[in-house]
Write a protein that binds this ligand. Sequence first.
Ligand code: GDD
Ligand code: MG
Length: 350
Amino acid sequence: RITPIVLAGGTGTRLWPMSRSSRPKQFLTLAGEHSLFQDTLLRLASDPRYGAPIIVTNEDYRFVVAEQASELGLPLADIVLEPVARNTAPAILAAVLVAAKDQPDAIVHVLPSDHKIGIDTAYVTALDQAEAAAKAGSLVTFGIAPTEPATGFGYIEAGEDTKSGARAVVRFVEKPDAERAQQMIDAGSYFWNSGMFVFASDVFISECEALTPELASAVGSAVDKATKDLDFLRLNGESFAQAPNISVDYAIFEKTKRAAVVPAAIEWSDLGSWDAVWKSRARDQNDNLEIGPVTLNAISGSLVISEKHHVVVDGLDDVAVLASEDAIYVGRLSSAQSVGDMVKRLKADP
Ligand code: GDD
Ligand code: MG
């Protein structure tokens, strides 16, 4: 069976003010019954090809992870705790080393906890192809057909078919600038990186050792010296702090020659920004999405969410109004990507 590795340690700044470092977006119930993290666990539990997931998260989120999993009554394999945030490359390697303890060539599926994904026939086929290519030694990503020159994604140029049915990766470009993104859209041979990866643990570990030895040694010793505490596996703080702060896309996927891509026509969206949340949900006839105690008049193409106060919006288009219990954001929905930059400013100069 495939071991899922769920990344649940990001802070999700672009969904401020609902997403806070004390309770980031993957744990929020924006609308509906479950959080995005819980939706991820339910999706994995519904597919018999998966075993119990390994969760990797920051120390600060250990209780919310344990509580949200137990609310669903779903078993977890391990909850791996990072003492400090070092981005996805160290987090993934730590979880893969844990998976490899039981079975050195375990096939793992690394996935984010903040995506909306449907398990449909396209998903079933794509995962089978990815598993076969992973068994043949590839580091597999899923390729999503791009719809716009987005700058927040990795881009993958797909080449020849490999023996196992996946396509070789000619080039992997993480988060291009707008001009480069447009060129890749025009070229037509590129996919977006879905941010999900399937590979054999031993292959990934040896690629880390070859491409970024400082990552491999820091995380290797953090796992060797990890301590078990209730349901949690706490990585050694001193060792983990030595790991470079880098995402897996830059550390491994831009560099490796073993990358392969499975083009997948799956239902997929990264709910990383407010415009993506708006796009992913059913809207009213004026293209508005409203959640909570909200009244709208002469509004179109807008997102209005309130957690507590009654919010009334009148005569505007393309606005995002996000009212949490203690902070309010008002901006253009179409430039919702800049919320992350605003949050950086707030942190620098509160
Ligand atoms: N455990 C842990 N620790 N998880 C983390 C950390 C960390 O330090 N940092 C981020 N994560 C989690 C996030 O919560 C998210 O679920 C996932 O890892 C990916 O991180 P993001 O910060 O959301 O990455 P991104 O969206 O900017 O870019 C990635 O995903 C895109 C698709 O959604 C890249 O893989 C891109 O290439 C890709 O296109
Ligand atoms: Mg993301």
